[in-house]
Design a binder for this molecule. Structure first.
Ligand code: HEC
Length: 168
């Protein structure tokens, strides 16, 4: 019942170990050393630098330019894993989503009854593929929108889209 979500969907194994290593160093880290690390990380755009902080813009997307949202998926979209992924990506920090625990947040529109919505964010017709595009390339679909690009991986985007489209 801990309120902290797990990070399986959001960070790779390598990223998780990087965060663990960082936390172990944290108690001895002074401000100057931290700044140096930060500059190096910014230069390399690695690890924690792409943890999906809301300030990330399309320019800092972890996906290379021209990246396609359609690599072969390992499996079919899974509604239950989608529900888990919505929790782990902390979408509920801004949206209220039926069936996904979170605070009552209204930064973004509530996502109840999403399958009945005709347009996604007033731009794309509602469909599984378009919803995947929205979740992976938010700022490219609607430049300047208040929803940040969260570095969602293709399989997670498909799972989350399947869950949202199961909400009638
Ligand atoms: C920092 C706040 C924030 C976070 C985090 C966030 N969103 Fe959003 N989201 C928004 C805002 C604001 C909009 C409205 C965008 C617009 O219309 O331009 C939006 C719009 C949407 C829409 C379209 C809603 C509609 O009514 O058409 C969907 C679907 C969506 N978000 C899903 C997600 C999912 C899934 C996640 C997690 C991976 C997520 N959002 C994370 C703020 C956020």
């Amino acid at each position: 019942m801990t309120g902290m979500p797990a990070w399986e969907h959001h960070l790779t194994d390598g990223d998780l170990w990087d965060v663990v290593a960082f936390l172990q160093h944290l108690p001895e880290l002074n401000a100057e050393a931290y700044d140096q690390w930060q500059q190096r990380a910014d230069a390399q755009l690695v690890g924690a630098a792409r943890c999906g902080k809301p300030a990330l813009s399309a320019a800092h997307s972890p996906f290379p330019p021209g990246y396609s949202a359609e690599p072969a998926l390992a499996r079919r979209p899974d509604v239950q894993r989608g529900r888990q992924a919505l929790h782990q990506h902390a979408c509920t920090a801004c949206h209220s989503i039926p069936g996904v625990t979170g605070t009552k947040a209204f930064v973004g529109p509530p996502l109840d009854g999403f399958a009945r919505r005709t347009l996604i964010a007033g731009t794309l017709p509602t469909s599984q593929e378009n919803l995947v595009q929205w979740l992976m390339h938010t700022q490219r679909v609607k430049p300047g929108t208040a929803m940040p690009e969260l570095g969602v991986a293709p399989q997670d985007a498909h799972d989350m889209a399947a869950y949202l489209l199961s909400l009638h």
